[in-house]
Ligand binder design. Structure first.
Ligand code: ZN
Length: 115
């Protein structure tokens, strides 16, 4: 059985410049190199997960922020079948859909049950 409470040690080789940069930055912030790197890794892991959510358009993992970027709704007739972006029900061509427009461009499509 894996011990999930155990911390792990990562050894990595970096160039002298990188090491110096990290060391200077840690010193400036009154951090140790380890705690600086831990913070950086935590930050980037969060950023990467945010990014991958954005890229995959996965509204599922963050229900609170889901569709919060919608700026306007309008109704339309579907020109082709597609799933509802909320409940994933497949909508058929010709069905009335509610489109949620966002300022950034991509729009969400909702079925009759969701909007
Ligand atoms: Zn729906």
């Amino acid at each position: 059985m894996e011990d999930t409470t155990k911390d792990y040690v990562i050894n990595l080789r970096v160039s002298r410049q990188t090491y110096q940069k990290i060391k200077d930055k840690a010193k400036k912030n009154g951090n140790t190199i380890s705690s600086l790197l831990r913070a950086v890794i935590d930050d980037s892991a969060e950023i990467i997960s945010d990014l991958s959510q954005d890229l995959s358009g996965a509204p599922y993992s963050s229900p609170k922020n889901r569709f919060s970027d919608i700026t306007a709704y309008h109704r339309a007739v579907l020109a082709q079948a597609r799933p509802c972006d909320n409940c994933r029900t497949e909508m058929i061509k010709g069905e009335i859909t509610t489109i949620g427009e966002t300022a950034k461009g991509p729009a969400y499509y909702f079925c009759g049950k969701c909007k």
